[in-house]
Design a binder for this molecule. Structure first.
Ligand SMILES: Cc1cc2nc3c(=O)[nH]c(=O)nc-3n(C[C@H](O)[C@H](O)[C@H](O)COP(=O)(O)O)c2cc1C
Length: 317
């Protein structure tokens, strides 16, 4: 893998195998898939298992688990390893959602170093040579315990960590602070991916310069905009951005993404696909009206017709 690494972020209900495949094709070096519940995995829950399915074109791909019980997470990680052979397994220690943290999972683990390290140790013990990573935030309320926390995670057997430069208390609001990530990079020997509010290639470069991290992870910046990976790669490797996109590229991509979705989930997949429609159709002339029309589609066929019509009538003028 070429350095610096450009990673596609895990996003619940978004980063499925289709999203992973697309982002890899657009230049992401590695994709992290949406979190799955460790408890659901050990129960053999069909939906959770389906979420773990991997397409060859996505690799290297990392599957992420969440939970709070070391034995259960470790067992789930082993099941995932044996059934799906991901290129790595990630443990979620950053999710701020109430339903996750009330159970002591996600970002709540940053308040409980002992449990967090036990989880890493137990998982590593079972998955052995399979790479293990941990995704976290700066801390629960402040970043004051971060260095201590990451050192303990490293010592417990993690092979890589990703840090979203916000605390749990910040949620998704307020400024991302990359300086604590730079401090982490100085204090541990495993690779670090820096994450948070990277919406452009230029921002990715700036974050790398500040943090000296091994790479960057891009989440929301790639929604409806997989080109951000390509542009970031160009800037990193060639010193300038060559890829420029317009409305036509976005509509074509939306149609292609919808086709993949229809193939995988069938016509009813349109419900889950709606959020992608919103992401692609943002910010250009006529987009708002087109979006409203597309969101009314109950199957992929009228959506496709609507988009093709817009393409011919407006964009080919
Ligand atoms: C809709 C959504 C779902 C997310 N789901 C996950 C998840 O399943 N696991 C995880 O570790 N982080 C999850 N995150 C956090 C992102 O991976 C990322 O850390 C965060 O969005 C900040 O990066 P960004 O500014 O590049 O989006 C999610 C974020 C969003 C917006």
């Amino acid at each position: 893998m070429k350095y610096p690494i450009i990673a596609s972020a895990p996003m619940a209900d978004i980063s499925d195998s289709i999203y992973g495949g697309l982002n890899r094709r657009f230049g992401a070096d590695v994709v992290f898939r949406e979190m799955v519940s460790s408890e659901a995995i050990i129960r053999g829950n069909v939906k959770a298992m389906e979420k773990c399915g991997i397409n060859a074109e996505e690799r290297p791909v990392i599957l992420q688990v969440f939970g709070h019980n070391p034995e259960i997470i470790a067992e789930a990680a082993l099941i995932i390893k044996e059934k799906f052979s991901p290129d790595g397994i990630d443990i979620n220690m950053g999710c701020p959602m109430k339903k996750i943290v009330v159970n002591g999972a996600g970002a709540a683990l940053m308040k409980n170093k002992k449990l967090a390290t036990k989880i890493v140790q137990e998982v590593k013990k079972l998955i052995k040579e399979t790479p293990l990573s941990v995704k976290m935030r700066l801390g629960w309320e402040t970043a004051s315990g971060l260095i201590d926390f990451v050192k303990a995670i490293e010592k417990s057997g993690a092979d890589l960590i990703t840090i979203h430069g916000r605390t749990k208390a910040q949620g998704y609001a307020g400024a991302v602070d990359f300086l604590p990530i730079a401090e982490v990079v100085d204090n541990i020997n495993i690779p670090v991916l820096a994450n948070g509010d990277i919406f452009t290639a230029e921002k990715a470069k700036e974050v790398l310069e500040i943090t000296k991290a091994t790479g960057v992870m891009i989440g929301r910046g790639a929604l409806g905009n997989p080109w951000v990976f390509k542009q970031t790669k160009e800037l990193f490797q060639e010193g300038k951005i060559k890829t420029q996109i317009n409305e036509k590229d976005k509509i074509k991509m939306l149609i292609k993404h919808a086709e993949f979705f229809k193939q995988k989930y069938g016509q009813t997949g349109i419900v889950r696909f709606r959020k992608h429609i919103g992401f692609y159709l943002k910010g250009f002339e006529g987009a708002r009206e087109l979006r409203s029309k597309c969101l009314l589609a109950k199957t992929f066929t009228p959506l496709e017709l609507q988009l093709k019509h817009f393409f011919r009538e407006y964009l080919e003028r």
